[in-house]
Design a protein around this ligand. Sequence first.
Ligand SMILES: [Fe+2]
Ligand SMILES: [Fe+2]
Length: 216
Amino acid sequence: MTDLTAPTEPPSLSTLTLERQAIDALLALQHLIDDYTPEHESRVANLALRIGRQLRLNDTQLETLYLAARVHDIGKVNIPLEILNKPGKLSDAEFALIKTHAQASYDVLNRIAFTLPVAEIVYTHHEYLDGSGYPRGLRGEQIRLESRILTVADIVESMSEDRPYRKSLGLEAALTEIRRLRGTRLDPLAVDACLQLSGDDGATAWQQESVQSATL
Ligand SMILES: [Fe+2]
Ligand SMILES: [Fe+2]
């Protein structure tokens, strides 16, 4: 099976040099605080780019998606590492604090005059199609396609890689989870593209409308 999060080259549009530098500067700062989050963002960006290519996004959309994915959790700099990396269950207050990172990421990125909707894509990376996400409870078409791709990539990477507070749950568990959420929380096309990349055409898998067992 291909390594879905291995490095892959973005289109690198020549007009975006400043945007890329601004993102690199933010990531350099984030690395000073916590190495794990930028590494997670980088793997998510690689997978999001692969899904975007599978869906035949154009070069501008691909580069926007890649840039947004690389800094999608930048707002986590505001959250104490002992909460971010806490093993076991979070309290309601701790979870509420972690959820503030989507707004914080947007507030930081929105200060850069991007010619592309990088800040908006980051703002909605925890929104779900059925309106059950955060921070604004947006639904369906209110969430840009690039963001819906980013959400799928984020879930797959988060579950299939080791995290500071737990070992990997495995790629199969991650793919089962996105199949379960396909069409309710997650964009069906983005899910299908990710499953195809993983070597699973899934033609029958999600028709069985799988088990309601896995949780995030
Ligand atoms: Fe996030
Ligand atoms: Fe993330």
